[in-house]
Design a binder for this molecule. Structure first.
Ligand SMILES: [Zn+2]
Length: 121
């Protein structure tokens, strides 16, 4: 299975191929990721580097994480933790979520019924 070049969700039928570089083919999950990814690829000779965006995405996730902690009344134990510790928690949740999504996309569970038969289209 190929993942979205922007967000690591399951890649769907949204593709970008960099002119003159057939090896630099990117798959995306949505039109939004296609638009963003195609722009990044055009700016970087067909390459999409995730590292800087991953760091920024972790930073951007701190606020909604803090909001959820506050809403649940859990902010006190987290208030004096370092940004690196908070990022570690966010990354653990995101990694677990993405890994599960990827596993489930790659493995179809068998139910032992007619539902296991491939669809006729
Ligand atoms: Zn995506």
């Amino acid at each position: 299975m190929r993942l979205c070049s922007v967000c690591d969700r399951e890649g769907r039928g949204f593709l970008y191929s960099h002119p003159g570089h057939p090896d630099r083919l990117h798959r995306f999950c949505s039109m939004g990721c296609l638009d963003a990814g195609a722009r990044l690829a055009k700016e970087n000779n067909g390459m999409i580097d995730k590292t800087a965006r991953e760091v920024q995405a972790l930073k951007d996730a701190r606020r909604p994480f803090a909001e959820a902690l506050t809403e649940l009344g859990l902010m006190d134990p987290f208030f004096h933790r370092t940004a690196a510790e908070i990022d570690r928690l966010i990354e653990a949740a995101v990694t677990g979520y993405v890994d599960s999504m990827q596993r489930r996309a790659g493995v179809r569970e068998r139910t032992g019924t007619a539902l296991d038969d491939p669809l006729p289209f």
